[in-house]
Write a protein that binds this ligand. Sequence first.
Ligand code: ZN
Length: 335
Amino acid sequence: MRAHIRLGRIFGIEIGLHLSWFIIALLITFSLADQFHAFNSNWGEAVIWATAIGTSLLFFAAIIAHELSHAMVAKARHLPVRSITLFALGGVAQIEKEAGEASTEFFMGIAGPIMSALIGIVCLALAGALGWTPLELPRTPLLAMLMWLGYINISLAIFNLVPGFPLDGGRVLRGIIWWVTGDGMRATRIAARVGQVVAFAFIITGIVRFFMGAGFGGLWISFIGWFLLNAAGASRRQVEVSSQLRGVRAGDLIERECEVVSAHDNLQTFVDEHLLRTGNQCFLVRRWCATAGSRDLLRAELSCACCRCEACWRCSKGFLVSSCSEASRSETISC
Ligand SMILES: [Zn+2]
């Protein structure tokens, strides 16, 4: 996910906002103002709105801290982290490589919920130290802020531990299955399957709650389920592709059987005798150099007839080649 607005860097990781973040930021701020009104409407409009905005911003700072903790584990395990982006459904740390071992996946997944739980506990402990008890409504705006941040961060930690891959809990589950079975691919398939079941459960719960009168809240749960369902499928495909490509070099994928055609061939001849006859998409075009000197080796200039073939490259200097496959095999051939 690309950020539309860049906020800066923390520990070398770029922090940004996706435009969809503004929707959720507004919704949360309005809902907080409503709640604080309900706690004590005597606080006054200005205080209530300032507290709502401050609480909302601290909540998103806590989400950045959650994502940073994933990112820090990734960096400690030498996985490159590009950025952290806040969007409508929370935050996402863009880690550019998949974990190479089970323990990395496990610790990377568990770090975020641990951070959220710690922030939540610290907020509730601070509120407690300032005289708040769980059985009463907060008496001051500061206590209201600390109480809300405490509960929301603990809820966030619990929600993220739901084993729906690619939620954190799904990653933790994948790490554990990987560790037990020693098979990363199998772990991905099982964790993604569990993730799809969890996503369906979210969708159905949301629909049932909607028809029972929960309104927008019900639809929101279904929407999260739909998002998780897509993400589970996409994550499974991504992990499968990257693990299948691990260790494969560009040279392994090169088309070696490119036919060599003469640059002096008429285009109709090329189409009739090479393009249509062979069905190939790649041809090396050989143009004899005027300065060709060696008798046994061909001095040729190669250029690309079709850019879809990785084996074709343009050579500005004359190359010594004895065959097309030699040209595509080795970069060390030179004049
Ligand atoms: Zn997380």
